[in-house]
Design a protein around this ligand. Structure first.
Ligand code: NIG
Ligand code: FE
Length: 417
């Protein structure tokens, strides 16, 4: 496959992950081309260099008027769920706080009810529709968490959906066990009993059946404390899972510091992370996955301190947090808008943060996240004359085509897989 005459080829190449000044450099090539052999990129350049491959080529795509980026990587989602929570809108507008909705048995716990009452097959077909939307919006790899089952059977059911859809759907799915998303109602008066279930029953099963690569915990005032998160994540690591942590999303309880201490692969949200927390992330090379649509949707009137994190040398990534409560969107293009206007990130920083740095957040930076020789041919073609234009023109889907592992899966904005 050849993609030629690309007005703006955003490779996100070079040394990785990208921090500080390097985050501002997306290694853009004007009048660029890409050559892929089966699922792998074999040549990248500018001008006519592609011509020598024309004789041996099945597919030629014209890139005039387009901005081409690595397939977008959504490194933090809760895309497996059942039902929806539009009824919470009116509560939010009455200023009922997110944690109070959860304490009253709503929020996450209301989606837990939906998941428990829905068959695996039905959850799978609901989730497939969301994955299709993600693909249509330019995403080619997705991290996907459990966390709406909260008992053995239903957490395994969710993780099985990850496994099945990873096999059936063009999008690659990286699976995370998030049993510690909330304490389920049946353990309301026995938190330790629930933590025991996570550590002694679910983690060993998940590991044995290869159902997840990561373990995550919602470490937040009113959810899981730093001590509880440490215990759960250390147990996961001991079993061979890699750690992620929902840290300081609403209030700071020094969860970012914990992420550094346990050398988590990533820490997520971080809206209220302290200065020490930010230092700890930088020192320990923990990727900060920022989720600006969630800050907006929670009406926090505050966004994560992305500029400070970038200055301090933290590896910053961006993701949708796609979930039915705090970020009901499948589009990383929405994340671009809020990263620009909420986090004050520059277009080149934004694209690096949802490709190569996002790949780092899920330990995939050697295979995906940039358009370079030897990387997987995961490529998104946007109807945009340059990268700034892509971020500037908001609220519409700019995707023209998506290539996943060398196959065209979206063409003229439509699914073709
Ligand atoms: O990332 N913070 C915890 N989990 C999700 C919200 C899940 C929900 O409300 O259903 C989040 O914001
Ligand atoms: Fe989340």
């Amino acid at each position: 496959m050849i993609i030629k005459n690309i007005d703006c080829l955003v490779t996100c190449g070079g040394s990785y992950p990208k921090t500080r000044e390097k985050l501002k450099d997306a290694q853009i090539i004007k009048n660029g081309y890409i050559v892929a052999d089966n699922d792998t990129i074999v040549d990248v350049g500018s001008g006519n260099g592609y011509k020598k491959y024309l004789n041996n080529c099945d597919v030629v795509i014209d890139g005039r008027g387009k901005t081409v980026t690595p397939g977008l990587v959504d490194s933090h989602t809760h895309v497996v769920y059942a039902g929806s929570r539009e009824f919470e809108l009116s509560l939010k507008l009455k200023n009922v706080k997110y944690i109070d909705i959860l304490k009253a048995g709503g929020g996450i716990l209301s989606t837990v009810n939906s998941v428990r009452n829905t068959s695996r097959e039905d959850i799978e077909s609901e989730t497939k529709k969301r994955l299709d939307l993600m693909l249509l919006h330019g995403t080619t790899t997705v991290e996907s968490k459990s966390g709406y089952g909260l008992d053995f059977e239903n957490e395994i059911k969710m993780l099985s959906v990850n496994k099945n859809l990873n096999e059936k759907h063009p999008i690659s799915i990286v699976s995370t066990y998030l049993g510690a998303h909330a304490v389920p109602e049946e353990f309301k008066y026995n938190r330790n009993g629930y933590i025991d279930l996570i550590i002694n029953s679910v983690i060993p099963y998940v590991k044995e059946h290869n159902l997840a690569e990561f373990i995550d915990c919602f470490c937040e005032k009113g959810v899981f404390s730093v001590e509880e998160a440490r215990k759960i994540l250390e147990a996961g690591k001991k079993a061979g899972l890699k750690a992620k942590i929902h840290a300081d999303e609403v209030e700071s309880i020094s969860a970012a510091e914990l992420a550094g201490e346990i050398k988590a692969v990533s820490a997520e949200h971080l809206v209220s992370a302290s200065d020490e927390g930010i230092k700890s992330l930088a020192e320990n090379k923990v990727t900060a996955v920022l989720l600006p649509t969630t800050s907006f949707y929670l009406m926090l009137n505050k966004f994560a301190r992305a500029r400070r994190m970038i200055e301090e040398g933290v590896i910053v990534a961006l993701a949708t947090d796609c979930n039915p409560g705090t970020s009901p969107t499948e589009s990383l293009q929405s994340t671009m808008t809020f990263a620009c206007f909420g986090l004050k990130m520059l277009p080149e920083e934004i694209i690096n943060a949802m490709t190569i740095n996002a790949a780092a957040a899920i330990s995939r930076e050697k295979e995906i996240g940039s358009i370079e020789k030897g990387k997987k041919a995961d490529i998104t073609v946007f109807n945009a004359k340059n990268l700034d234009y892509l971020i500037y023109h908001f609220g519409v889907n700019a995707v023209d085509a998506v290539i996943k592992a060398g196959e065209v899966v979206v063409k003229n904005g439509q699914l073709v897989y």
